[in-house]
Design a protein around this ligand. Structure first.
Ligand code: ACO
Length: 429
């Protein structure tokens, strides 16, 4: 037997095997706890629970390190395209040029949606949030590909991966067009993945949209930075649904909806709304920080704090620099960026934030870039979803092939009524 920890409870001692990762992460295997001691672990929010072993993404929250397949996030953000990073996540290695070209071509082939799917959009209310539409349409894809229901079928899973990666930008761009009452633009084969998304978002039959390469690059980088983040809320959702061997479209649509929450991917939209509110109400950053610290209010400083990072989120570092560069090169004077910087300074020098180790997270500066490059506010979380797709897919794929995977089924400690006698209705009151 390898290394183990000992746990003593009510006079009985058991051994918990130690699981060690390549970067020194330590897990204690508690899977025998209930059968040996009759007890379970309590860990609300799973903050100390390792749900799997994974070889995809490494985070050191104390040091502020994020790596995909061993590569530093800042290097990938600077040097790779989104599809290159997607291949890295999905296959484990950076592709060669011919491999990337072939993958890009096949993804582009799949960007178009089945023509019948186009009619779905008319059934949604005009003010439907793009994330609601995206979740619904992604789930509906399972009705179009009935041959792809078994997530353990490697060939079909590969096809579904490509379809999902390719079709989400089209779904999201079309949800925007529908909300504006404008005709939908089809993906164009001559364009790259990111350009195609921008074209479908902004082109009209009477006016082509030619994206500025700076805008394409900024969005590409935002997608790369969001591509995976190990066992976060939406990814764990994808894994939980997939653990029941539900099909990939069902699992990914659940992930889209989890991401929508304002404590998760919805924070980038909430952040801009917060900055607009501060600006309009004339509050100083310090006054707003005081409101956040007041424990009788429910206001949070959006874009700050993270379950894992107790240091500056490395993605926020890249994005802060990129926000300054993009705004300068686009010649935009952005009051919101100034306000964000002043808020960050006020928070990082405040004892409340220092004691709780609250730093800017990925959403703090991404929203400012998205706004500057003309992405509508309601689309921000949907942009995050496009970025996160390779991570969801890679994690789903890894889970299906992991012999340790079991259906996700946590336990509970019951705190309700003890057994009592049934009362017929006429005797109650
Ligand atoms: N503003 C003010 N206080 C905060 C914030 C914040 N943004 N974040 C955490 N805190 C405080 C909490 O009130 C709590 O204080 P207490 O100990 O006095 O009760 C303490 O810090 C710990 O916070 P928890 O909520 O327990 O931390 P948790 O790990 O559960 O939550 C989360 C992490 C949800 C990200 C949280 O920091 C938050 O709500 N941030 C704002 C929303 C946000 O930016 N979300 C995006 C996260 S990144 C992503 O999903 C892409």
């Amino acid at each position: 037997m390898g290394e183990f920890a000992e746990l003593t409870f009510r006079g009985r001692t058991i051994r918990l095997p130690v699981v060690e990762g390549t970067e020194g992460d330590i897990g204690l295997d508690v899977s025998s706890l209930r059968s040996e001691l009759g007890a379970i672990t309590m860990d609300p929010g799973f903050a100390n629970t390792g749900s799997c072993r994974s070889a995809i993404t490494f985070i050191d929250g104390e040091q502020g390190i994020l790596r995909y397949r061993g590569y530093d996030i800042a290097d990938l953000a600077e040097h790779t395209t989104f599809l290159e990073t997607a291949m890295l996540l999905l296959k484990g290695e950076l592709p060669t040029k011919p491999e990337l070209d072939a993958f890009t071509e096949s993804v582009k082939e799949y960007m178009v949606l089945h023509e019948d799917v186009r009619h779905f959009f008319n059934a949604f209310p005009k003010d439907a949030h793009p994330m609601a539409v995206a979740g619904a349409v992604v789930g509906s894809l399972s009705t179009f590909y009935p041959e792809a229901m078994d997530p353990r079928n490697v060939e079909e899973s590969r096809e579904s991966c490509r379809r999902l990666l390719a079709k989400l930008p089209t779904i999201i761009a079309w949800s925007y067009k529908h909300s504006r009452g404008r005709p939908m633009a089809y993906p164009h084969h001559s364009m790259g993945y990111v350009e195609n998304f921008l074209h479908m978002l902004f082109s009209a039959p009477y006016r082509d949209y030619v994206p500025d390469p700076l805008v394409v690059r900024a969005l590409e980088m935002i997608f790369v930075l969001h591509a995976d983040h190990e066992q976060n809320c939406s990814t764990s959702t994808v894994r939980v649904v997939g653990s029941a061997q539900a099909n990939m479209f069902a699992a990914i649509s659940a992930g889209v909806w989890a991401l929508w929450g304002p404590l998760h991917g919805g924070a980038n939209q909430a952040l801009i709304e917060m900055l607009e509110h501060i600006r309009q109400s004339g509050l100083t950053p310090r006054q707003f920080i005081d409101q956040v610290k007041n424990k009788t209010s429910t206001i949070r400083l959006m874009g700050f704090g993270h379950r894992v990072y107790k240091n500056y989120d490395p993605r926020a570092k890249v994005l802060k620099k990129a926000a300054f560069e993009a705004l300068e090169r686009l010649g935009i004077q952005n009051e919101l960026l100034d306000l964000a910087v002043r808020l960050e300074e006020a928070a990082l020098t405040d004892d409340y934030f220092i004691e709780r180790k609250l730093y800017p997270n990925v959403d703090f500066y991404s929203g400012i870039i998205l706004k500057a490059i003309g992405i509508p506010l309601t689309m921000f979380t949907a942009i995050f979803a496009i970025g996160r797709m390779p991570g969801w897919l890679a994690q789903f794929h890894e889970m299906q092939r992991d012999p340790e995977t079991r259906i996700a089924r946590p336990r509970q400690v019951y705190t309700g009524q003890a057994r009592r006698d049934f009362l017929p209705i006429e005797q109650r009151g």
